[in-house]
Design a protein around this ligand. Structure first.
Ligand code: FAD
Length: 472
C-alpha cells in the first residue's frame, strides 16, 4: 500500500520538524520521518539539537556555571556557605528532562498541526516515493509531490583518534559522562570543544584543549577572540593552539595522546578524550545519490538558492546542505522552503547569521569581523564598549569582556558586531536586527537603550565608533 502526501520530510530535527509544521499550516498534507533513537532506545523528534546538541549542552552549561559562580563569585555578594556539592546524577537527570520535555512538545505540535510523525528510517526511492522503515514494524512506501531531505549531520570520526564510546567520545558521549573525569582532553577548540570543555572544567576536570590552528576562534574578530581566550585561560581551561594531534590510543586506564607543536612531539594522557573536530552530513542509507541527487565532494547535498536539488521535487535544508551548521539556520530554511512551496516569496539573509558560544563570558557575533571586512576591501571604522564601564554588568559581578562594532567608514553602515561578555547571546538579537535593517551607527546612536541594562553597552560601543562614548 502507498500512502499519499503532498510533502514528505525525511529528518525531524530543527530543519525538518518546522518545515513539516509550517507546510501543514499552509494546507499541505505532510509527513515527517525521523530515525533518532536515544541511548535508551526511545525514539524522539528534535534531531541533534534537542537530543544531543544545543539543549542538553546548554542545560549542563547552566548547571555547571551555577556551581562555578557559587564557588568563585557569590562570596563577592556577601553570601557564603560550605555545604554545597554537585550531584552529577541529578544534574544529568535534569538535562535529560529538559530535552525530553521539548522533544515531547514536537509530537504535540505535530498533533495540533496535523503532521503525520513517523518514527523510523526514510529512504528515497525516486519519482516522489519514500520508503519508511519503522523502528518496529513493516516497511511502507509513501508517495509525495515534494520530498525534503533534512537528515542533518553527525560528528566526524577521526582515523587517528577513533571513537570507542568508553574513553574516546564524541560530543553526545561527552554530554552523558556519569562521573567527572579527573583529566579531560579535547581535540578541537571550536564552539563545541570550548563549551564542553567549560562544562567539565567547571565541574572539576583538569581540561586540555588541543587545537591545530594557530589562532583561537578564527571566525571571530581576533580582538574579541583574544579577550575570550584570556578569560577561559584564567578559568583554568588549558587551550593549546597550533597543537596537531598525531594519534590517540585508548587503553585500560587512560587515553594516550601524541601531538605536535612547532615540530616538537609531545605526549599527554587523559581519563577521557572528546573529539570535536566538526560534523559530516548524514546521507548514509538515504539513497539520495542513487536516485541522482548531486552531492558535493564533502558529502553535502547540493541545492540552489531555493533549496532545490538537481532532481525535480527533491529539496534539502539544514546541516545536510552545509553552510553554518546551526539550529536557527536550519529552522529558518525549513520555514522558508515550506512557504516557497506554497508560492510565497522568502529569502534568508546569510550575511546576518547569529553565532554564540555559551561560555561565561559568552562569545557572540554576527556579520564581519574587522579582519574579514578589511579583506573584503572595506574602509573600516571600529568602536568598543567594555563591560567594565557598564552599571548592570557591575551589579551582576560580571563586568568582563567587551562589544566591538565594525562599521563602513564611508557609509557609517554597521558591518559586524562581535562580543564577549555577560549574556551577549541575548544582546545579539539587536545586532542581527541592525544588520538586517542595514542600520548605520547613527541609527543605533539615536536609539534610546534602557538603564541600567547590558544592552546599554551596545549603544556605548556604537557611540565609541565616532569617538563619542560617554562612559569609556
Ligand atoms: P539534525 O538536528 O542532525 O537532525 C536530523 C535528523 O534526521 C536526526 O534526528 C536524524 O536521526 C534524522 N535522520 C537522518 N537520516 C535519516 C533518515 N534517512 N531517515 C529518517 N531520519 C533520518 N546549534 C545552534 O544553533 N545552537 C547551539 O547552541 C548548538 N549547540 C550544539 C551543541 C552540540 C554539542 C552539537 C553537536 C550541535 C550544536 N548545534 C547548535 C548544532 C545543531 O544541533 C545543528 O545545527 C542542528 O541540529 C541541525 O539541524 P538539522 O535538522 O539540519 O539536523
Amino acid at each position: 500500500m502507498t500512502d499519499q502526501f503532498d510533502i514528505v520530510v525525511v529528518g525531524g530535527g530543527p530543519a525538518g520538524y518546522p518545515a513539516a509544521i509550517r507546510a501543514a499550516q499552509l494546507g499541505f498534507k505532510t509527513a515527517c520521518i525521523d530515525a533518532w533513537l536515544n541511548k535508551d532506545n526511545s525514539p524522539a523528534f528534535g534531531g541533534t539539537c534537542l537530543n544531543a546538541g544545543c539543549i542538553p549542552s546548554k542545560a549542563l552549561l547552566e548547571s555547571s556555571e551555577l556551581w562555578h559562580r557559587m564557588q568563585h563569585e557569590i562570596g563577592a555578594h556577601g553570601i557564603s556557605g560550605s555545604d554545597f556539592k554537585v550531584d552529577l546524577d541529578k544534574m544529568q537527570a535534569r538535562k535529560t528532562a529538559v530535552s525530553r520535555q521539548l522533544t515531547g512538545g514536537i509530537k504535540a505540535l505535530f498533533g495540533a498541526n496535523k503532521v503525520t510523525g513517523l518514527e523510523g528510517f526514510g529512504k528515497l526511492l525516486g519519482d516522489g516515493k519514500v520508503e519508511f522503515t519503522p523502528h518496529n514494524g513493516e516497511k511502507q512506501v509513501l508517495s509525495a509531490k515534494h520530498v525534503i531531505i533534512a537528515t542533518g549531520s553527525s560528528p566526524v570520526n577521526l582515523k587517528i583518534a577513533p571513537f570507542d564510546d568508553k574513553r574516546i567520545v564524541d560530543s553526545w558521549g561527552a554530554l552523558d559522562f556519569t562521573e567527572v573525569p579527573k583529566t579531560l582532553g579535547i581535540i578541537g577548540a571550536g564552539v563545541i570543544g570550548v563549551e564542553l570543555g567549560s562544562v567539565w572544567s567547571r565541574l572539576g576536570s583538569k581540561t586540555v584543549i588541543l587545537e591545530a590552528l594557530p589562532n583561537f576562534l578564527p571566525m571571530v574578530d581576533q580582538q574579541i577572540a583574544k579577550e575570550a581566550l584570556r578569560h577561559f585561560t584564567k578559568q583554568g581551561l588549558d587551550i593549546r593552539l597550533g597543537a596537531k594531534v598525531i594519534t590517540a590510543k585508548s587503553g585500560a586506564k587512560a587515553v594516550e595522546v601524541e601531538y605536535e607543536v612547532n615540530g616538537e612531539k609531545k605526549k599527554e594522557s587523559f581519563d577521557k578524550l572528546i573529539v570535536a573536530v566538526g560534523r559530516r552530513p548524514n546521507t548514509d542509507g538515504l539513497n539520495a545519490k542513487e536516485i541522482g541527487v548531486a552531492i558535493d565532494e564533502r558529502g553535502f547535498v547540493k541545492v540552489d538558492a531555493h533549496y532545490k536539488t538537481n532532481v525535480p521535487g527533491v529539496y534539502a535544508i539544514g546541516d545536510v546542505i552545509g553552510g553554518a551548521m546551526l539550529a536557527h539556520k536550519a529552522i529558518e530554511e525549513g520555514v522558508a522552503l515550506a512557504e516557497q512551496l506554497a508560492g510565497h516569496h522568502t529569502q534568508l539573509n546569510y550575511d546576518a547569521i547569529p553565532s554564540v558560544i555559551y561560555t561565561a563570558p559568552e562569545v557572540a557575533w554576527t556579520g564581519l569581523s574587522e579582519e574579514q571586512a578589511k579583506a573584503k576591501g572595506y574602509e573600516v571604522k571600529v568602536g568598543s564598549g567594555p563591560f567594565a564601564a557598564n552599571g548592570r554588568a557591575k551589579a551582576m559581578e560580571a563586568a568582563q569582556g567587551s562589544i566591538k562594532i565594525i562599521a563602513d567608514a564611508k557609509t557609517d553602515r554597521i558591518l559586524g558586531v562581535h562580543m564577549c561578555g555577560p549574556y551577549v547571546s541575548e544582546l545579539l538579537a539587536e545586532a542581527v536586527l541592525g544588520l538586517e535593517f542595514a542600520a548605520t551607527c547613527e541609527d543605533i546612536a539615536l536609539t534610546m537603550h534602557g538603564h541600567p541594562t547590558l544592552s546599554e553597552n551596545f549603544h556605548e560601543a556604537v557611540l565609541s565608533v565616532d569617538g563619542r562614548a560617554i562612559h569609556a
